[in-house]
Ligand binder design. Structure first.
Ligand SMILES: N[C@@H](CCC(=O)N[C@@H](CS)C(=O)NCC(=O)O)C(=O)O
Length: 85
């Protein structure tokens, strides 16, 4: 069981890369859709210090706002993939 939150935006290819990995690993997550206007992305800025998406929060593992899609995919694989079992 995981407690994942993903800040994302419809049509964002970097977000799609992360959601594909989440689905591949069978992980449930809460999706928070950010506004398209950067000036309105206050919540994601609070958790990650920047306004880009995707951003992953995994409080159970102390991840408070990971912001690079390649890093997120690698993190998910390392933490929840076969190698972690
Ligand atoms: N290098 C980033 C790029 C992410 C990115 O460009 N995301 C777009 C949406 S598809 C965005 O939020 N851009 C605004 C920004 O980076 O501030 C990653 O791979 O996560």
């Amino acid at each position: 069981m995981s407690n994942l939150v993903l800040y994302e935006l419809d049509g964002c290819p970097y977000c799609a890369k992360v959601t594909s990995k989440l689905e591949e690993l069978g992980l449930e997550y809460e999706s928070v859709k950010v506004p398209s206007a950067h000036s309105e992305r206050t919540e994601v800025e609070e958790v990650s210090g920047q306004t880009g998406v995707p951003v992953l929060v995994d409080e159970d593992n102390g991840v408070e706002g990971m912001s690079e899609s390649d890093d997120i995919v690698a993190y998910l694989e390392e933490t929840y993939g076969n190698a972690a079992n």
